[in-house]
Design a protein around this ligand. Sequence first.
Ligand code: NI
Ligand code: MN
Length: 235
Amino acid sequence: MGDKNVSTIVRFWGHAALWVETGGYKLLIDPFLKGNPFAPVGPGDVEPDYILVTHGHGDHLGDTVEIAKRCEATVISNAEIRDWLEARGVKGHGMNIGGGYHFPFGYLKMTQAVHSSTMDDGSSGGNPGGFLLTTIQGEKLYFAGDTGLFGDMRMIGEEGLALAVIPVGDNYTMGLDDALRAVKMLQPRHVIPIHYNTFKILRQEIEGWKQKVEGETGSAVIVLLPGEAWQMGDV
Ligand code: NI
Ligand code: MN
């Protein structure tokens, strides 16, 4: 149950899959594990309380159905993906962009993302999104989802972010140059780059980007290898 004394941990499982422990709850974001060449765990190895899905693409929806059914986890997504999941026997909580809800693990707001969201079977996946989590300790963590650069990131930054997790792989999302501009607008204390190097088309040189971001902004870049984690209060 909720525990105010437990610090928040964000563990990277390759591509855009993240395991978050916060307030005594376990969240799995965009659980693309089967088919993810860098996932250190499989869909049968995890026991989340909640699964957060940013949009309908297969590299984000991933193993949501299998994991949610086995663990009876609640899936939080936009309303269209919630409907698609409920038709497949999965318990969901539908939201929409700009709306927030007080979950037991914290206040979660759905944010806009400039991308698309069609499901792999051609169903409508509604609009793509991201999530802004306010933990029970009051720290704000922004998970951008797949997105291009957009100017309203500045407004998300105004909330005061402890962490921003942003895509940097280019081609389908922001690349390194736009991700640097995103960091300047978001002004997070820490930034974790994701959605790069999974496949050849997403190849990026991240160490040079880290130097550049840390030279031009006040944000610390946390480069996580798949399986590694960042804990609130670290560096
Ligand atoms: Ni996508
Ligand atoms: Mn993607």
